[in-house]
Design a protein around this ligand. Structure first.
Ligand SMILES: C[S@@+](CC[C@H](N)C(=O)[O-])C[C@H]1O[C@@H](n2cnc3c(N)ncnc32)[C@H](O)[C@@H]1O
Length: 374
């Protein structure tokens, strides 16, 4: 598909180039933020896993380091402006707005002590305020490297740094898709669990974990595993993600390590095989359970319906949310473009893509699979 044709068929591909994003994925994160308010004012330390070419890190850099008004903040400001315009002059109508409240018109509010670490197998071109690491998130040596990168001058006031904890871990990990759905889903799930393993070690209590997920057969089991560690787990589909794609995002809020659970002893999480997750030990929920703080954090608090009948299917269904403003571009639609439309080049071509050797070989042979060479 030519660049111009792709501009028509993929509005977010075109918009990414027009708005200087390195990839269309930036819109997915912004749409998720519109709904889930991922970058609340207390968020200053973030780890971005599987981050190349770096559009999610760009969002982080622009929101946290430069303090730009994007995502949720921009959406709220737009809503307020629109409501003000509609109600302007209609006396006696209560528009629900405080007339003295300033509408945020996009002023910059950079944050203090920001720390952003971005990790990928591929190199990531530099970004303001982002520390990049070339590493495999499935490899155990990556954990100490990330911890080292997080250790720094960014300790918040009143904190002593025993372990460098972060507010948010995001992961957009995806393998090079083969088209064999079962295989792609399996490999993506392994990336997701590697990201979760990392998140459990570096998130502060109450922190958030966001990850891409392919909605395959065992997806409920994955949500249930997440639910052991987070108070709220939601499956979200941003408007910028094609409806035809298996892709969605799991939004885990309120990190709460179950009492007595030792993450260092964690067997690999995942689909199939044995695991030592708390819900394996769940007893039938006690109706009159105490709500003491200690017990809240404990294993038995995870609220699955478990009966004595072992043949019964015990599924925990995560709520599903479609997010992104309805007025946003439709990722599955084809839009016509003006006659004088100029197709732009991608903002940041990959530095050292795995297909580089194949491209060079193709060029050497004189074109597509050597077909044009006489
Ligand atoms: C969809 S892209 C991420 C796009 C990115 N969020 C952005 O906004 O630019 C998926 C990334 O996952 C990375 N990836 C796949 N397996 C990985 C692994 N084992 N460790 C680290 N990164 C990995 C790939 O190199 C690729 O860059």
């Amino acid at each position: 598909m030519g660049k111009s044709s792709k501009d028509k068929r993929d509005a977010y591909y075109r918009l990414a180039k027009e708005q200087s994003w390195r990839a269309r994925s930036a819109f997915k994160l912004l749409h998720l933020d519109e709904h889930f308010d991922l970058f609340g004012s207390d968020v200053t330390r973030v780890v971005d896993l599987c981050a190349a070419p770096g559009s999610w890190s760009q969002v982080l850099s622009r929101v946290l380091v430069r303090g730009e008004c994007l995502g949720r903040r921009a959406w709220t400001a737009r809503m307020k402006r629109e409501r003000k315009a509609v109600y302007h002059g209609l006396e006696g109508l209560d528009d629900g707005l405080d007339p003295n409240e300033e509408v945020d018109m996009g002023d910059r509010r950079p944050r203090n002590n920001v720390k952003i670490v971005a990790v990928d197998l591929q190199p990531i071109a530099s970004l303001e305020g982002v520390q990049t690491l070339i590493a495999d998130i499935t490899h155990q040596d990556t954990i100490p490297r990330i911890l080292e990168a997080l250790k720094s001058d960014t300790i918040k006031e009143g904190e002593t740094e025993t372990k460098p904890l972060v507010d948010l871990v995001i992961s957009d990990g995806a393998p090079d898709v083969t088209g064999m759905h079962d295989l792609d889903i399996f490999i993506q799930a392994q990336l997701l669990f590697s990201a979760l393993n990392l998140a459990l070690r570096i998130l502060k209590p109450g922190g958030k974990f966001i990850s891409k997920i392919f909605r395959g057969k065992d997806v409920d089991f994955i949500y249930a595993q997440m639910r052991c560690f987070f108070e709220k787990v939601t499956c979200a589909k941003p408007r910028s993600s094609r409806a035809s794609s298996l892709e969605a995002f799991v939004i885990c809020e309120g990190f709460n390590m179950p009492k007595g659970f030792n993450v260092e002893e964690l067997l690999p999480l995942g689909i199939g095989g044995q695991n030592n997750l708390p819900f394996n030990n769940l007893k039938k929920p006690q109706k009159a359970a105490s709500s003491s703080k200690e017990e809240k954090g404990a294993v038995g608090e995870v609220d699955f319906e478990v009966s004595e009948d072992e043949t019964e299917d015990h599924r925990w269904i995560a709520p599903f949310v479609a997010c992104g403003d309805l007025s946003a571009w439709d990722a599955d639609a084809t839009y016509s473009l003006p006659k004088d439309h100029v197709s732009l080049d991608p903002v940041q071509p990959p530095i050292n893509p795995p297909y580089k050797a194949a491209l060079e070989e193709r060029r050497r042979k004189g074109g597509l699979y050597g077909k044009t060479k006489q």
